[in-house]
Design a binder for this molecule. Structure first.
Ligand SMILES: Nc1ncnc2c1ncn2[C@@H]1O[C@H](COP(=O)(O)OP(=O)(O)OP(=O)(O)O)[C@@H](O)[C@H]1O
Ligand SMILES: [Mg+2]
Length: 249
């Protein structure tokens, strides 16, 4: 579904992403992990069209989308959430989602219906009329997801959705991703919570200092010597234990 080919991003004096290639198949869940500053969010910015790479290409369904901006990529089905959540604080929770739905060309009544559907499914319906700025963190993260879903995304890029959540909230988020995946959603997920991503992902791509260090199944990555040395610190044991999802990093 998504193919990232030899993508490089140079900022002044810094190569943030260095010739990274990987792909995400339909209905897969792929994890993108690595130390702080490894280039993960920068790569999301390239895939979602917010920055142009210095080199390399991004294709969606085998079609090069390098010339498309973020709005067009959103219309093609690429949705994302942000590491630092930024709802429109002065809008209600519902209107935040209505705005997202309107970007897909819905009429206002249609956009309201789409928004209410997503708010209901994400457990945000009861607070739909409150201002978004008053929401606690876990709800703000859900609102991010509701906004992405309201754009009819088929590929969701989640940037540290579990960060700052309690173990219970992490388990709820895991269940939600699994449910959406069973309904056909494809995911590329940046996550520092190792137990969470090891449980979710079909495959994991590891970035280190901009370059791809490893790619493999969660089990392979959890015990990969270079990944352990550069990032994990020690092998991640018992990735299937969902009770204690505190993360290793
Ligand atoms: N707009 C920018 N201009 C210059 N340097 C940038 C810019 N955005 C990111 N960087 C730098 O690029 C590198 C990669 O940053 P990026 O945010 O992609 O890392 P990350 O893997 O998402 O890290 P984290 O896990 O902390 O979120 C860092 O050294 C960062 O300081
Ligand atoms: Mg980041």
């Amino acid at each position: 579904m998504l193919t990232v080919s030899e993508v490089t991003v140079d900022f002044v004096g810094l190569r943030a992403v260095d010739q990274v290639s990987f792909s995400v198949g339909h209905e897969q869940i792929v994890g993108l992990i690595g130390p702080n500053g490894a280039g993960k969010t920068t790569l999301f910015n390239v895939v979602s069209g917010m920055i142009r790479p210095t080199g390399g290409a991004v294709a969606l369904e085998d079609e090069d989308i390098g010339h498309l901006g973020p709005a067009d990529r959103s219309r093609r089905g690429i949705g994302r959430t942000f590491q630092i959540v930024k709802p429109f604080g002065n809008l209600t929770v519902r209107d935040n989602v209505v705005v997202a739905a309107l970007t897909q060309g819905h009429s206002v009544p249609q956009a309201r219906r789409v928004a209410d559907e997503q708010l209901e499914r994400l457990g945000l319906a009861s607070g739909a009329d409150t201002l978004a700025r008053g929401l606690p963190l876990a709800s703000r993260k859900r609102l991010e997801l509701a906004r992405a879903l309201a754009t009819d995304a088929r590929l969701l890029l989640l940037d540290e959705m579990m960060g700052g959540l309690t173990p219970t909230e992490v388990n709820d988020a895991l269940a939600l991703v699994r449910e959406l995946n069973e309904e056909g959603m494809t995911f590329l997920i940046i996550e520092h919570n190792m137990k969470a991503i090891m449980q979710l992902a079909d495959r994991i791509v590891v970035l280190n200092q901009g370059a791809k260090l490893a790619e493999g199944s969660p089990q392979e990555i959890a015990h990969h010597p270079e990944v352990v040395a550069a990032y994990l610190g020690e092998p991640v044991e018992d990735a299937s234990d969902s009770e204690d999802a505190d993360g290793a990093a």
